[in-house]
Design a protein around this ligand. Structure first.
Ligand code: SF4
Length: 406
């Protein structure tokens, strides 16, 4: 995809502004006797501009107050303190530099008030952002697409050559309203489950680079095949499913628990074809004696390793022994830049989301990241890193150019 313009949201996307926002809100509402809010509380209230943030804070504290007066106090305080605790997320400066060098225009579109947005963008990003627009009286706020259309016009971009990146449902809706592709980032202020309407979800900044500049599939293939893994890439999950069904024809097939395979509907397609397929997610016993085993992984390292975390451990066990042919099916969202990041992804993204899905009473369900618990309910009882296919096993990666599973 060749993008001419990339438009970013600001708070929670480029910058972690929560500390300074929290201080400013607490300062603004303190004369009304409102108790200080925590960063977690403020995080849940941002996204629709400062006035809304202040109103939500008053509502949460059952307090009635003059919002214009609060807004005035907030603005004065924030403009004097907006760079105290604010920092760009890891990797953002590298991304912006790369965009600049590639000649791609960049803009910030935010519901933060315009003056503060422009000052803060200049302070942190300087020449790496070409234009910044915040909340202004003459333009409807996001999710209205008007400001995004103006930016596209300013840079001569159409819907296909513009990408919008943000961390909230307001951002996703803005992109939808403008008809442009969006990437939702999961490191910001909105919980991941609210982001599923985005075209793609990125969990790490370097994934934005992969999406914008493209994945080097040749390098990826080389790094996996030199270790002995098979490697195939498909544009769509339908094409990958058709390939898997063909490979499974006439064979007995077991499944590991996998949201990716569930989203692809592989089991149903095998059954339609009368193939001898077994999956414990479909009210069958765990089956590890087939000729083929289909599973996903929690992460694929660009350096050629495969990382999987498991609780019952049938899934990781089948990728280690007794399987003749194993297919590891992943969307490109599972690719991480090195082994360390892949393990980090498995522990801090996949495991907490799976723990939440399974209703486990473990701390990562609340915090969204691994807290290294020793709970009997922990879902990560084993972590397996496949460096090469196990002896006597054919192991092939089926990579799909889509966002699948977690
Ligand atoms: S060790 Fe505990 S906190 Fe960490 S991912 Fe596993 S279940 Fe969650």
């Amino acid at each position: 995809m060749n993008y001419k313009t990339v438009v970013f949201d600001l708070d929670g996307t480029l910058l972690n502004t929560l500390g300074d926002l929290t201080d400013a809100v607490n300062y603004a509402v303190s004369p009304l006797g409102v108790k200080p809010s925590t960063e977690t509380e403020i995080r849940a209230r941002v996204g629709n501009g400062a006035a809304k943030l202040l109103q939500r804070t008053l509502d949460a504290n059952n307090t009635v107050g003059d919002i214009d007066e609060c807004f005035k106090r907030f603005s004065e305080y924030y403009r004097g303190h907006m760079t105290c605790n604010t920092i760009p997320y890891d990797g953002i400066m590298h991304l912006l530099e790369r965009l600049k060098h590639a000649g791609i225009k960049t803009a910030i579109l935010t519901n933060k008030f315009d003056l503060a947005a422009k000052e803060i963008a200049k302070y942190y990003f300087g020449e790496f952002i070409d234009y910044t627009q915040g909340e202004r009286a003459d333009t409807p706020k996001k999710p209205a697409p008007d400001a995004l259309f103006s930016i596209m016009e300013m840079f001569g971009s159409d819907k296909d050559s513009t990408l919008y990146i943000g961390d909230s449902t307001v951002d996703i809706q803005t992109a939808k309203n403008a008809g442009v592709k969006s990437i939702a980032v999961s490191w910001g202020y909105c919980d991941r489950e609210h982001l599923k309407d985005a075209s793609i979800i990125a969990d790490r900044v370097y994934q934005l680079e992969d999406i914008i500049f493209g994945i080097d599939y040749k390098e990826l293939e080389s790094n996996f095949t030199k270790r002995g893994f098979g490697f195939k890439v498909f544009d769509t999950k339908e094409q990958a499913t058709e390939y898997l069904v063909n490979q499974c024809e006439g064979k007995s097939v077991g499944f590991g628990g996998s949201k990716t395979l569930e989203q692809m509907g592989v089991y149903e397609k095998l059954k339609e074809k009368g193939i001898d397929a077994h999956w414990h997610w479909k009210n069958e016993p765990i089956y590890m004696d087939g000729e083929i085993y289909l599973t996903s992984a929690n992460g694929l390292s660009k350096t050629g390793e495969i990382v999987n975390i498991d609780g019952t451990c049938n899934r990781v066990a089948a990728t280690l022994y007794n399987t003749k042919r194993c297919f590891i099916v992943c969307g490109i969202n599972k690719i991480s830049r090195d082994l360390e990041d892949t393990i980090d992804r498995a522990r801090n993204i996949s495991a907490p989301l799976n723990a939440k899905r399974l209703n486990k009473k473990v701390p990562c369900v609340i915090t969204g990241k691994c807290e290294n618990c020793i709970s009997p309910e922990r879902i990560c009882k084993a972590m397996v890193i496949l460096m090469n296919p196990p002896t006597n096993m054919e192991c092939e990666i089926v990579l799909i150019n889509d966002n699948l599973g977690y």
